[in-house]
Write a protein that binds this ligand. Sequence first.
Ligand SMILES: C[S@@+](CC[C@H](N)C(=O)[O-])C[C@H]1O[C@@H](n2cnc3c(N)ncnc32)[C@H](O)[C@@H]1O
Length: 356
Amino acid sequence: MTAVHDRTTDLATPADWAGAAPAPIGVDHAFNGYVAGTVINALDRLGVWERLAAAPLLDLRALAVDLGPAVRERVLRELVRAAATCGWVRLQEDGDTALLTSAGQEIIRMRGYFTWGVGGYNEVFAQAHRIVTGEGAFGTDVLRDEAMVALGSGQNDRSFMSGTLDEVLADVDFSVLADLGSGISARVSRVVGERPGTRGLGLDISAPATELGVRTIAEAGLTGRVEAIRTDVLDVCHRDAHRDKLAQVDTVMSFFLLHDLLADPVTRPHTFTRLREAFPAARTFVLADTMLRPDAENSASLPVFSLGYELAHALMGVPLHTKETYEELFAAAGLVPRRIVPFGTPHSWLYVLEAR
Ligand SMILES: C[S@@+](CC[C@H](N)C(=O)[O-])C[C@H]1O[C@@H](n2cnc3c(N)ncnc32)[C@H](O)[C@@H]1O
């Protein structure tokens, strides 16, 4: 999706970051988009997209059998019919089979956004009014589904970000790699698995994501080479957690976590300096995050993801930052960009930084 530019200045913003959805959004687009998103997520949780990705003609009778004896076949067929109404499959043989369309292929490629939004942040969006009035607060009575957030990120990584990262990492020599906010440890497992002799650590605050991470590592045959550790990276930075294990790490990577680490304005100016101290042997930091869209309110079109990302973080009380702010904070910590590349998701940039 995004081309890699081996440079750190004059970077072109990919055309698809402006998006094709018109703003203002009409009522019919808004309502149908909401329902369509729930259909995408439901079909993903049922494994329908995975089956269609493997073979574009799906037999709904066989699917119903595979889903188990309690399956409600009529409801399943109605859900697939909704997908046909959206144009993602074509029903054939009196509705017994569904054929994937090219629009459906694009949904499969991007379905991680819906796992993230509908699967992960559904309750946060649904309770937005209670968060506003103070009747509900994020983190206590309004929660996100962390495993779904991590799963959605992992799906997008596999679909359209892994190629960019692999190309960037080809220039990075590492033997022990740490991934901060590693989610289900899919990325660290893939990267370590592809480079013999290396080891990896996946650090994540979420218990469910870490449990999924242990499974991911085992399934990749990397138990012993990659370890999933449940920890708050802020404790690693500011309170010396896990120092022994981290001392050997020579390369640190982190994707889509930095805004969480930078949330507190008091610790923000020193977070990257503390991060460097937590990994004393690390010379290279490969860091990517989604940043604030320039001039968001005045844009005549919307890309995928950005609006949901911005609103979800506002509801959680996590501020977002411009690219310029990230670059000032890196510079203050002596982290010097060697490469900067657009990283798939709109307004996301990946930095290869040298610790000097
Ligand atoms: C948006 S997900 C990204 C996951 C993964 N890096 C990826 O790109 O697929 C952010 C991850 O950071 C984790 N996280 C959030 N705050 C954290 C913290 N303070 N310490 C460690 N992990 C954290 C979340 O549990 C979640 O798995």
